[in-house]
Design a protein around this ligand. Structure first.
Ligand code: SAM
Length: 210
């Protein structure tokens, strides 16, 4: 037995340069993740800001949107979002704004539209694509490959920021990082996309329609 050798090791994250990206702390004016406490909590607002900079206000399907925080910020920025998630969750009681650093308390009228169903083949076949212009997913489980395929089939825009391969219909070969594999999968499917990188701790590399 090989004592001391781990049984399983995640493949290393591809370098930003190999994905054609630069380090956002060098190029973005936003606060660096290193300087903000609990930076992962700000991912909703940082992603909403990034979407607002890159897409015109439109109808958005927020797949695996959980509590609806990403949708909340997008709605504030003029988008019309709907969370699609089999688990219904209320918005949290309060959040801290990444720009003002002030605490905001949600009121009952802050409710986000929610389709309480899994994003799967059944839902996709219900003419889902006709209702939305942009499909987004922040750390959603098991939805990323289907989002890419739906957006290719119906010429829809997308911006996905996947965390892991949980529940995906296909997985990368051993030793290959999921994000790199997802890009190769998109290329194989002839999907026109770019990588992007946000400035928070945790999995913060995504793919968006070019
Ligand atoms: C890690 S959580 C991310 C939630 C939220 N987007 C966030 O960043 O905090 C994964 C979410 O995916 C949802 N989910 C799992 N399977 C799904 C499916 N088939 N369709 C849509 N959402 C799904 C879960 O209910 C959960 O809310």
């Amino acid at each position: 037995m090989n004592v001391g050798t781990p049984h399983h090791k995640y493949p290393p994250l591809p370098s930003l340069r190999s994905l054609g990206l630069s380090d956002p702390s060098e190029t973005l004016k936003k606060l660096s993740g290193d300087r903000l406490p609990k930076m992962g909590k700000f991912r909703f607002q940082l992603f909403a800001d990034w979407i607002t900079e890159h897409f015109k206000p439109c109808r958005v399907a927020d797949i695996g949107g959980g509590k609806g925080l990403l949708s909340y910020f997008l709605r504030k920025n003029g988008f019309d979002p709907v969370v699609i998630d089999p688990v219904y969750q209320e918005l949290p009681e309060k959040i801290r704004d990444v720009h003002t650093r002030e605490i905001y308390r949600f009121k009952s009228e802050n409710k986000i539209k929610h389709i309480c169903a899994p994003f799967d083949k059944d839902l996709i076949e219900c003419n889902l694509a006709a209702s939305f212009d942009l499909f987004i997913a922040l750390h959603a489980h098991g939805c990323n490959l289907n989002i890419l395929l739906l957006c290719k089939k119906f010429s829809k825009q997308f911006a996905i920021l996947p965390c892991c391969v949980i529940d995906e219909p296909e997985v990368p070969p051993q030793g290959m990082h999921w994000i790199k594999w997802l890009g190769e999968y998109a290329m194989d499917q002839e999907i026109d996309f770019s990588y992007f990188k946000l400035n928070f701790k945790g999995q913060s590399i995504g793919l968006c329609s070019a």
